[in-house]
Write a protein that binds this ligand. Structure first.
Ligand code: BGC
Length: 846
C-alpha cells in the first residue's frame, strides 16, 4: 500500500501533467456558482470530448477502469475530514485518500441525507481537500463524483430549507414551483462541491403500507412523471449536478407493501403505467438507479431486458446506470436468486454488468474490493469482455466531463453559507399549496372570532428530541430523519417554523398548548412498531386537556405518524395510533357542538379513518410540509390562505381495502362483491369558496392521427361562486372510452392552477397529453406497442363533458415493435442470429 504522504513531488507533477493533457486545460481551481456563473455545457464539452475520453480510457488499467465503476459510501466523518481521515467501514484501505490512490474509486456517496458533517463550510472544504488530493495523487488524474440524497431540499446541512416532501409536491400540481424548489436544491449541492442527487424518485404510488410512500408524488403516472421531469431539470440547472431517475423500474408496487420485494404488476401495467414516469424523467436526468426488487420473476439488477433493451434501446438513455445500495449482494441475501457462495457472488457481478449496470454502489455490506476484485477477475478470465467494461467507463467519464469536473474539480468555499436555508418564499408557497382540506363540516374553517385556542397532539414542540421531524419526514438530516438512528436532542435542525410558533404569534396568551407524548421509532421494524413512532397521552396531559378544552373557542389536534424510511417504515395500519384516537375522543367529549374541532394530519401517507374523522369538524391533511409548516397550516386555519391542494392518491377506508387506485380497470366497486371502499378519492380537496365550470371546449374535437398531434388544448370557464378569493386546480379526465382492451376507470390528461377573485370567472387553457390514453392492445401477453386506439373519448371537467374523436390507432410514445419480442435466441439482442434461430424452430415444428 502506498503511503501518500511520501509521494515524491515529481510524481505529483507527472500526475498533474497527465491530468492536464487528458483534460486539455491547466485550470483546476476556479469554481462553479449558481445562476450567472453557471458553466455552459458547450464550454465544458471542449475540455473533454469523446476523443479525449477514448485517449484517457486507453491509459487506464483494468483495475482503474473497474475502480471508476465503483461508488463507495463514506460515513459521518466530522469536522475537518479529508484524504487522511480514517476509512473504517471496510478493511480494504486505511484512509479516505487511499480509496482513490489504491482502489481508483470513481465515486463516493453519503447516503441517507447524512453528510460527513452537517456544517456547510466544513463540508465544501472537506470535499475540496479530497478532490484536490485525488487530482494530485492519481495518474491519470480523474476527479471523483460525489452523490447524495437531497430529496426534498438540501436536507444534509444544519439550517437547511426542508421543502415539503414529494407527496406534498404531488398535492400542489404546481410543476413550476416544484421546479424552482429543485433548482435551489441543485444550486446548493453544486455549491457544496457535490455532483449527484439521487432523485427524483419516480416509482408509482399504490400502497400506503409501503414505508417509502411519502417519497412518490402520485399514483397517477403522468402527474408523477411531469413532476419528476421538472425536478430533474431543476436539479441539473447549474450544469454541475446530475439527477437520477430511480428506482428503475417497478419499485413502487412491492408485494404486500413490503420494501424491496417482488413487484405486483403485469406486463401491460408495467408498460402503460409504471414505465411512463421514468420515461418522462429520462428526458432530463443523466443517471438512473435500479429497482432493488424484482419484476415478473426477474430481479431488476440482472434484467438485460429492463436495463438495456428497454432503457437504452427503447428510451434511448445514454447516461450512467447505478445500482442501489449493495444490490448485487441483495441478489443473494434478499432475493435468493443466487447461492451464498463465492461463485454466487461472481455470477451476481457478471450478470449485473452484462444486464447493463455501469456503477456499483458499495454501501454497508459490500466492501469496494469485493466488487473490484471480482469484476477484474471476470475480465481477466474472459467471463466478461473488456469492451463491456469500456462501455460503462466511457459513460462515467463522459458524465464527469459533462459536469465540468475535469475543467473545474474544485468549487469556491464561500458560496454555500448564503444558500443554506434560502428559498423561503418558494418553500412557504409550496407548503401552503400542499395542504388538502379533507373535511369541513358547516364551514368550520376558516376559524373566525377565535381568541382562546387549545393546541394538542403529538405534533411539533420545540425543545423535545426529534419531535420536530414529524413535519419533515425521512431524508432530513439523517436517513429516517434521525441522525445515526439516535435522538437529536441538541442535534442539527433544519430551518423551521412550527404550528406552535405561528399560533403563539397570532394568539399570544390565548394559546394553550398541551403536547402529548411522541418518541420517534428509529430503526423499528414493522413487527415492533406499526405506528412509526411511540405515542401516548399521560394522565397529567389528559387532565390538562380536559380542563382547557371546555373553555376554548376552538381546538386543533395535530395527529399523524413519526418519521420513518424504507423497510423500517412499512406498516400494516391506516388508522391512527390508539393514543391519538383516544385523544380525539377525549377532546370531543370535553367540548360542545359549537366548538370547532380541527384535526391537522402530519404524515407521509393516508393516515386516519372515518372512526376518527367523525369526531372532527374539519380535517387538513398537511403531509410533511417541511420548514414552513407553521405558517402554511396556521394561515390556512385562519383563512389567510384558501386551500387549493388535491389528493394525488386514493385514500382507502381501511387498510384492508388497500390497494385501490383511481385509474384501475372497471369495475371499481362491483355490485354484489365485497365493498372495497374509498374514504377520499384521488383529486379530492375542498376550498373556502365554491368552484363552478362551464363552456368546456377542445382546440379540436377530432384528431386524425395522435402520433402527429400528441397534444390538444381544452378550454373551460372557471367561476369562483363563493365569497373568498382562491386558487384552484382544474383537472381534465378521460371518463369513458371503449377499446380492444379494458380502459381505466378514469385517466388524468391535463391540469392547470388558476387564481380567481371571489365572484369572478377566468377562462383556462389546459394542455392535454394524448399519450395518457395509450393502451397495450392485444391479448394477455401485453407485448404490442402502446397505442391510442381509434374511437370516441369522453373528456370531463367536473360535471362538464365533451367528446374527442380519434381517427386512427397510432402510438405517441412507443412506435417501434415491442423491444425484446424478436430476441428468439434469448441473447439480449435482436439480430440476424434470431432469424436463423426462428428458422430452426419453425423447421423443428415440421
Ligand atoms: C435507497 C436509495 C438511496 C440510496 C443511497 C438506498 O437504500 O434505496 O433510494 O438513493 O440508499 O442513500
Amino acid at each position: 500500500m502506498t503511503n501518500n504522504d511520501t509521494l515524491e513531488s515529481d510524481e505529483t507533477d507527472a500526475s498533474r501533467r497527465t491530468f492536464m493533457k487528458a483534460a486539455g486545460t491547466a485550470t483546476a481551481t476556479s469554481g462553479v456558482a449558481i445562476g450567472s456563473n453557471t458553466v455552459a455545457a458547450g464550454e465544458k464539452g471542449d475540455q473533454m470530448n469523446a476523443r479525449g475520453i477514448d485517449q484517457l480510457l486507453e491509459e487506464l488499467t483494468i483495475e482503474q477502469k473497474v475502480g471508476q465503476m465503483t461508488q463507495v459510501a463514506i460515513d459521518n466523518l466530522g469536522e475537518g475530514f479529508g484524504p487522511d481521515t480514517a476509512f473504517n467501514d471496510h478493511d480494504d484501505v486505511d484512509t479516505l485518500g487511499e480509496l482513490f490512490t489504491e482502489l481508483h474509486v470513481g465515486s463516493i456517496l453519503n447516503g441517507g441525507a447524512t453528510g460527513p458533517t452537517f456544517d456547510g463550510e466544513e463540508f465544501v472544504a472537506g470535499l475540496n481537500r479530497l478532490q484536490e488530493f485525488t487530482m494530485d495523487h492519481t495518474d491519470p488524474a480523474i476527479p471523483f463524483i460525489w452523490g447524495c440524497d437531497a430529496l426534498h431540499g438540501n436536507t444534509l446541512l444544519e439550517g437547511c430549507t426542508s421543502f415539503p416532501q414529494r407527496l406534498n409536491m404531488g398535492v400542489t400540481r404546481d410543476i413550476d414551483l416544484v421546479e424552482r424548489a429543485a433548482t435551489h436544491t441543485g444550486g446548493e449541492i453544486a455549491a457544496m462541491g457535490g455532483h449527484w442527487i439521487f432523485g427524483p424518485t419516480l416509482d408509482i404510488l399504490r400502497d400506503m403500507r409501503w414505508g417509502r410512500y411519502f417519497e412518490g408524488h402520485s399514483e397517477d403516472s403522468m402527474l408523477l412523471g411531469e413532476m419528476g421531469k421538472a425536478r430533474a431539470r431543476g436539479f441539473q440547472r447549474t450544469g454541475r449536478v446530475t439527477a437520477t431517475v430511480k428506482h428503475f423500474a417497478g419499485y413502487g408496487t412491492p408485494n404486500t407493501g413490503s420494501d424491496r420485494t417482488h413487484a405486483r404488476t403485469s406486463m401491460r401495467d408495467l408498460r402503460t403505467r409504471q414505465f411512463d414516469p421514468y420515461r418522462r424523467g429520462l428526458e432530463e436526468a443523466k443517471t438512473v438507479m435500479v429497482n432493488s426488487g424484482a419484476v415478473n420473476g426477474k430481479p431488476a439488477h440482472v434484467s438485460r431486458w429492463l436495463l438495456t433493451t428497454v432503457l437504452r434501446d427503447r428510451f434511448g438513455f445514454e447516461g450512467v446506470v447505478l445500482t442501489d445500495w449493495d444490490d448485487f449482494e441483495r441478489l443473494i441475501s434478499n432475493h435468493e436468486y443466487l447461492p451464498d457462495t463465492d461463485d454466487g457472488w461472481r455470477e451476481a457481478v457478471r450478470q449485473g454488468i452484462e444486464a447493463g449496470v455501469d456503477m456499483h454502489m458499495c454501501g454497508g455490506e459490500t466492501a469496494p474490493t469485493d466488487f473490484i476484485d471480482t469484476a477484474v477477475d471476470l475480465v481477466e478470465s474472459g467471463d466478461l469482455s473488456e469492451a463491456r467494461i469500456d462501455e460503462s467507463v466511457r459513460r462515467i467519464l463522459a458524465l464527469k466531463a459533462d459536469l465540468g469536473l475535469f475543467k473545474e474539480p474544485l468549487v469556491p468555499e464561500d458560496e454555500i453559507a448564503d444558500l443554506v436555508g434560502g428559498a423561503q418564499d418558494v418553500s412557504e408557497r409550496l407548503a401552503k399549496e400542499s395542504l388538502v382540506l379533507l373535511q369541513n363540516e358547516e364551514e368550520t374553517l376558516p376559524l373566525e372570532g377565535v381568541e382562546d385556542l387549545l393546541l394538542t397532539g403529538p405534533g411539533v414542540y420545540e425543545g423535545t428530541e426529534n419531535r420536530f421531524l414529524m413535519q419533515h419526514g425521512g431524508w432530513t438530516l439523517g436517513w429516517q430523519g434521525i441522525e445515526d438512528g439516535n435522538l437529536t436532542e441538541d442535534g442539527p435542525r433544519p430551518r423551521q417554523n412550527t404550528i406552535e410558533d405561528e399560533l403563539q404569534a397570532r394568539l399570544g396568551d390565548g394559546l394553550t398548548h398541551v403536547p402529548t407524548e411522541y418518541e420517534p421509532a428509529a430503526y423499528e421494524s414493522l413487527y415492533e412498531n406499526f405506528d412509526n413512532g411511540f405515542f401516548d397521552v399521560t394522565d397529567e396531559q389528559e387532565s390538562a386537556i380536559r380542563s382547557a378544552a371546555p373553555g376554548s373557542d376552538a381546538v386543533v389536534i395535530v395527529l399523524g405518524e413519526g418519521t420513518h424510511n424504507e423497510g423500517f417504515g412499512d406498516r400494516d395500519k391506516m388508522r391512527f395510533p390508539a393514543a391519538q384516537r383516544e385523544l380525539v375522543e377525549i377532546v370531543d367529549a370535553e367540548t360542545d357542538d359549537d366548538t370547532p374541532l380541527v384535526g391537522v394530519i402530519l404524515a407521509g401517507s393516508p393516515r386516519g379513518t372515518a372512526k376518527t374523522f367523525e369526531h372532527l369538524d374539519a380535517v387538513i391533511f398537511a403531509g410533511q410540509p417541511g420548514s414552513d409548516a407553521g405558517v402554511a397550516v396556521v394561515d390556512t386555519l385562519f383563512g389567510d390562505y384558501n386551500p387549493s391542494g388535491k389528493l394525488p392518491f386514493t385514500w382507502e377506508s381501511h387498510v384492508g381495502h388497500v390497494p385501490q387506485i383511481y385509474d384501475e380497470y372497471p369495475p371499481r366497486h362491483p355490485d354484489g362483491a365485497g365493498a372495497q371502499m374509498v374514504q377520499f378519492e384521488f383529486g379530492h380537496g375542498l376550498s373556502y369558496t365554491d368552484w363552478e365550470y362551464s363552456d368546456l371546449s377542445l382546440s379540436t374535437d377530432s384528431v386524425k392521427n395522435p402520433a402527429s398531434m400528441p397534444t390538444i388544448t381544452a378550454q373551460v370557464t372557471v367561476h369562483n361562486a363563493g365569497d373568498a378569493d382562491g386558487e384552484h386546480v382544474v383537472e381534465v379526465y378521460n371518463t369513458e372510452s371503449y377499446g380492444s382492451v379494458l380502459q381505466p376507470h378514469r385517466r388524468l390528461m391535463g391540469f392547470e392552477r388558476v387564481s380567481v377573485a371571489a365572484g369572478d370567472s377566468e377562462t383556462v387553457s389546459i394542455d392535454l397529453d394524448l399519450s395518457t390514453l395509450e393502451v397495450v392492445p392485444g391479448d394477455m401477453p401485453g407485448w404490442r406497442s402502446r397505442v391510442v386506439e381509434a374511437g370516441e373519448y369522453e373528456l370531463s371537467v367536473g360535471e362538464e363533458s365533451t367528446t374527442l374523436t380519434v381517427g386512427k390507432t397510432a402510438s405517441i410514445t412507443d412506435p417501434e415493435p415491442t423491444p425484446g419480442r424478436y430476441d428468439i435466441d434469448n441473447d439480449g439482442d435482436e439480430d440476424f442470429t434470431d432469424v436463423i434461430e426462428l428458422y430452426r424452430q419453425l423447421k423443428r415444428r415440421d
